[in-house]
Design a protein around this ligand. Structure first.
Ligand SMILES: [Zn+2]
Length: 364
């Protein structure tokens, strides 16, 4: 200690200060803050796009997906980006061939497969508009533990989740610079406390940003409760689409949700047979709803997963048969002709596939 005179201490501090300054200068500069999205425009993965430019839209398809836990399977390479890219390119080429111009990919944050830079590359290379989302999945199929750990201490997780959603919508997802264009949430047949907190957050984020809320419902029920909860929190019904109503055969269930003024999405066409709802039943219900004047509140999609992240899912032959039409062009090739045969007009089909997604995003 006796060697550290006052002068040498000053010299030492000066040296340390200089080192800190040099290190600071070498640190990578923070990415520039993105430009705010102009009023009336939507966040596509390539930047702002006018709702009028969406055209024919599939409101619910996944380029890549994995259920939570995929990251624990370290015995295999979980994500082959090149394979996902090649699959995505094929999907986009198929879409172009059938005239679909926009895909909304509502993969939530807490599952696997949300890859904003992949979407960006796909959109750039193929010209398909892609809109991705921010949000959290259901309690039993998402990754709620991170947020739920805070709930017993009285923490307002809705506020935290809303902050996360707003950041992804206004500034971008992570360091990708890609902004989310909608909010994705999911509910169990009876909303759990955690799911209520997430729904509340989604409404807070919608109020702050104006983007639509796209939902997942479980089984053949839950849509009415979900719509009621969102509206009670102050959501704009014109900017809410209750998803997976094709899990139900019951047209009265569809009508009950529609009475709330929200959109409904028959967005598991080709997949719903797995849940005991043949596409013929959904076609019949959609045609009836069109006759009743609801064409301006119905959307259609497939909920395809085009690349599974992680270990391939082994599906028995019997189940594969039920999923024979679970493909990205099923609506265009098979179901639109079937709807026309039931008396649905070209204008009503255009309303469901073009006008409704546009109006959902513009809140009209
Ligand atoms: Zn989905």
């Amino acid at each position: 200690m006796r060697f550290l005179t006052k002068t040498s201490l000053v010299a030492l501090f000066s040296l340390l200060a200089a080192i800190v300054l040099v290190l600071g200068a070498c640190a990578p500069a923070a990415p520039p803050k993105p430009e705010p999205t102009p009023p009336g425009m939507i966040n596509s993965v390539l930047g702002p796009v006018s709702p009028d430019k969406l055209g024919w839209t599939l409101i619910h398809e996944h380029f890549c997906f994995a259920y939570p836990g995929w990251f624990a399977d370290a015995t295999i390479a979980p994500y082959d980006r090149e394979a996902a890219l090649q699959t995505g390119l094929k999907v986009c080429e198929t879409l172009k061939a059938i005239g679909i111009q926009t895909i909304v990919d509502p993969t939530p944050n807490d599952t696997g497969g949300r890859d904003p830079l992949l979407y960006k590359e796909l959109a750039k290379r193929t010209g398909i508009n892609i809109i991705c989302t921010t949000g959290l999945y259901t309690e039993h199929e998402g990754s709620p533990a991170y947020w739920k750990t805070r709930m017993p201490f009285g923490t307002d997780i809705s506020k935290m989740i809303a902050e996360m959603m707003i950041k992804e919508i206004t500034e971008g997802i992570g360091t990708t610079g890609v902004k989310a264009g909608a909010i994705k949430i999911g509910s169990s047949p009876v909303l759990t406390d955690y799911e209520k907190a997430v729904h509340k957050a989604a409404v807070m984020a919608q109020k702050a940003t104006g983007v639509p809320i796209i939902t997942h419902t479980e089984g053949p029920t839950g849509g009415v409760e979900q719509a009621d909860f969102l509206i009670a929190q102050g959501a704009d019904p014109k900017r809410v689409v209750i998803g997976h109503v094709s899990n139900s055969k019951d047209i009265n269930y569809h009508r009950e949700i529609l009475k709330r003024g929200v959109y409904i999405a028959f967005d598991r066409l080709g997949l719903a047979p797995l849940y005991g709802v043949p596409d013929e039943v959904s076609v019949e219900n959609i045609a009836t709803l069109c006759k009743e004047g609801y064409a301006n509140r119905v959307m259609m999609s497939h909920d395809t997963v085009n690349y599974w992240v992680g270990r391939p899912i082994e599906v028995p032959e019997q189940i594969l048969k039920l999923l024979g039409n679970w493909r990205i062009d099923h609506i265009s090739k098979d179901l639109i002709p079937a709807l026309k045969a039931k008396g649905v007009t070209d204008e009503q089909i255009r309303t469901m596939m073009v006008d409704n997604p546009r109006n959902l995003f513009s809140g009209k």
